[in-house]
Design a protein around this ligand. Structure first.
Ligand code: TRP
Length: 470
């Protein structure tokens, strides 16, 4: 049975445009802002190692499944799940997966936009030469000055949401293509320059050791499952943009002829490389300037400006770096809202512009909670063996990445490998029915779901109750 649906929202003009767009979605603040600070909070090398395993064993198979579902359904994630479930004679409750994803996307974008706003602020701060020859104390102070000013945060958050809404309203394909084709490689080159700078710092080797030596002694007061594995798994989902329908909707614009597996490996490779390079650029600076690796969400905004203030042409490179980071955040933000916008267009008969305006304003409003999390509404709590200081922001982040995305991914895996007919997946993946297909199927049937379930059970402490772990 061959299914030929087409998307009312259009199609990518070539496979490379899809790869670029999906890489644009994957590479963003998650790689450069979130990854290093989680590494710092969760003990360095061991976290990195576990993260890489999560990407390979759980992330890539689920990503393939998610793109596959999108391409077969060719609608917003909610309607795609409805159509595919009906096709297999299953109930409409599978649409809930799409609903959950849409909500996760809303919440993630609401705080993502505030952090992207920090990037905007830093373009101007670096551009004005504010960081020339600064020390760690000054850099820290500049950062806390920004986050303690709700009006500034609100202004930048508003600018970023407006920028994202313009692109989404015009349709994801126009505009995005150019942004990813030139700006992503440029960001990559700048990261290499930063790595070059880090190599010249006094404590370069200490940074490398921290990142790549899975020294379990550093984890002495941590619980491996809940404090390392759970955040690493969450980060894999977050960084690859999987588990909420973003990559599903991008898959729905993908040509029937393109190879899903090749595309996935390319995207995951690029995404991981950028995260690792960001780590190599940042940790040597952390140690050289006597900063705390567990510095929390401000880590890159405190460390990188010090480096820009020291290196030759630092003002130029620094400004360019934050501009490119902004573009990376932009191309990610778009994918977070696209599922909701397509659903509004399909089901509520709205134009794209109207749908984007409505969804965008809702996200903007929710973002106010994050704006206040760093100042007026700040409170702290403990998670994954770390004290989190920014109340609602941290809760949104933890709840979406560590809970909603993995549950979304789990359901995607179950649907694709247990509920969808084998022949439909063979046909859609186009890998034939040999070794590659079987490996994928095994990973999506067993490894990915078990991985997620084991991590969850542990995190909830069930294994503790049963006496399996101390
Ligand atoms: N992956 C992006 C980043 O690393 C963020 C992102 C975009 C995302 N779309 C997503 C995260 C969907 C989770 C789900 O910055």
């Amino acid at each position: 049975m061959s299914v030929k649906r087409s998307s009312i929202h259009g199609q990518w003009s070539s496979r490379w445009v899809f790869i670029l767009a999906a890489t644009g979605s994957a590479v963003g603040l998650g790689n450069i802002w979130r990854f290093p600070y989680l590494v710092g909070e969760n003990g360095g090398g061991a976290f990195v190692l576990v993260y890489l395993l999560c990407v390979v064993l759980v992330g890539i198979p689920i990503m393939m499944a998610e793109i596959m579902l999108g391409r077969r359904g060719r609608q917003s994630p909610i309607n795609t799940m409805g159509t595919l479930a009906a096709e297999e004679g299953l109930g409409r409750h599978w649409q809930l997966l799409g609903w959950m994803g849409m909500i996760a996307g809303f919440i993630i974008l609401s705080y993502y936009s505030v952090i992207a706003g920090w990037t905007l602020a830093y373009i101007f701060r670096t551009g004005a030469g504010l960081f020339v020859d600064v020390d760690a104390t000054f850099s820290k102070q500049m950062f806390s000055e920004l986050i303690n000013d709700p009006e500034k945060l609100l202004a930048w958050h508003t600018v970023f949401m407006a920028m994202s809404m313009v692109i989404i309203a015009r349709g994801v394909k126009s505009g995005l293509e150019k942004a990813v084709k030139f700006l992503m490689p440029a960001l990559f080159v700048l990261l290499l320059i930063m790595v070059g700078y880090a190599m010249g710092t006094e404590k370069f080797m200490e940074g490398i050791d921290y990142l790549f030596n899975p020294d379990f002694a550093r984890l002495a007061d941590k619980n491996f499952f809940s404090d390392i594995l759970l955040p690493a798994l969450g980060q894999a989902f977050f960084s690859l943009s999987i588990g909420m329908g973003a990559i599903m909707i991008y898959g729905s614009y993908l040509s029937q002829k393109s190879s899903i597996s090749f595309n996935c490996f390319t995207i995951a490779f690029a995404d991981t490389l950028v995260a690792i390079l960001a780590g190599i650029a940042i940790f040597p600076i952390v140690f050289t300037y006597g900063l705390e690796p567990a510095g929390g969400p401000g880590l890159i905004f405190i460390t990188l400006p010090i480096a820009f203030g020291q290196m030759p042409f630092g003002t130029f490179f620094g400004t360019l770096f934050f501009i490119l980071l902004l573009f990376a955040a932009w191309t990610s933000a778009i994918s977070l809202l696209e599922p909701a916008v397509t659903w509004l267009v399909e089901n509520k008969n709205m134009t794209r512009v109207k749908a984007t305006t409505l969804a965008g304003i809702a996200v903007w409003l929710l973002g106010l909670a994050t704006v206040l999390s760093f100042n007026q509404w700040a409170f702290s709590f403990s998670f994954a063996g770390t004290v989190k200081e920014n109340g609602l922001f941290d809760m949104f982040d933890i709840f979406t990445s560590n809970i909603m995305l993995p549950i979304g991914g789990l359901l995607i895996a179950i649907f694709a490998a247990w509920r969808m007919s084998r022949s439909a997946t063979v046909e859609e993946l186009g890998l034939g029915d040999g070794f590659y297909y079987k490996t994928w199927r095994f990973a999506v049937r067993y490894i990915a779901p078990l991985g997620v379930i084991v991590v969850f059970l542990n995190a909830i402490g069930i294994f503790k109750l049963l006496g399996f772990v101390e």
